[in-house]
Design a protein around this ligand. Structure first.
Ligand code: SF4
Length: 233
């Protein structure tokens, strides 16, 4: 639970030191197709003309900032949709304030694209209003259909690989007896080609994982049949 607790602590620390003119940790509600939905927005910076920038704190890895995360885009665009349900609000920007738990100063000096500080602001693309609206209604529809299936004894849709934050298996070619891999591949065939006939090389299968399910990120994991029953494939 360390990273989860660390994330909560960082949120709490920032909440206590909010900049002037910002709304901190506000939960907003809206009605969609008869359902009430809500989201708690970490930080909103409002301008006098009614425009607003929405920010979200993340305690995350350098990798996430370099490669970006589609979940961040979805979350913040949902917040933009939610904020604009209030009269006169227009969202003009979305940002992640990322605290990088594995940042290394030495790498920041030599690697291109590496963040220059352990805290960085990442701009998130703001989707057009129609796309945000379509996304929110689609998500509500998916949940409503799942609820209908649950109530009628049908099949609740399974979480996708993306939703499980699934990391695939990898295949490491190592010098026999060494811990470090010479190279890591996505398939056994590639690893075998690289290892060749060399007797001193061995291949280690490294099992991937469903990070959200297995690492305590999903709050319903303890009741989830998919997580319990799903054979790793
Ligand atoms: S524990 Fe179940 S509900 Fe949660 S992400 Fe994994 S498969 Fe989905």
């Amino acid at each position: 639970m360390l990273w989860s607790v660390l994330g909560t602590s960082v949120h709490t620390m920032f909440e206590r030191h909010q900049p002037e003119g910002h709304i901190v940790e506000e939960r907003l509600f809206a009605e969609v197709d008869g359902w009430s939905i809500s989201g708690a927005i970490d930080l909103q910076r409002s301008e006098a003309d009614g425009t607003m920038t929405i920010m979200d704190y993340k305690c995350t890895s350098v990798w996430s900032v370099i490669h970006g995360k589609v979940e961040w885009h979805k979350q913040l665009n949902f917040y933009a949709w939610l904020a604009e349900q209030k009269d006169g609000v227009k969202v003009i920007g979305l940002q992640i304030i990322a605290v990088l738990r594995d940042w290394q100063r030495a790498k920041s000096k030599i690697e291109t694209n590496y963040p220059l500080a352990p805290i960085v602001i990442v701009d998130v693309p703001l989707w057009p209003a129609e796309e945000r609206d379509r996304y929110v209604r689609q998500r509500v529809k998916i949940h409503q259909e799942a609820e209908y299936e649950r109530l009628t004894g049908g099949h609740i849709p399974r979480c996708s690989d993306e939703e499980q934050w699934k990391r695939a298996d990898t295949f490491a070619v190592k010098k026999r007896g060494n811990k470090r891999a010479l190279r890591v591949f996505d398939s056994m065939a590639e690893a075998e080609t690289f290892a060749g006939e060399a007797a001193e090389r061995e291949i280690e299968e490294r099992r991937g994982k469903r990070v959200r399910c297995e690492d305590n990120w999903c709050r319903v994991a303890q009741w989830c049949e998919q997580y319990e029953n799903e054979a790793w494939s």
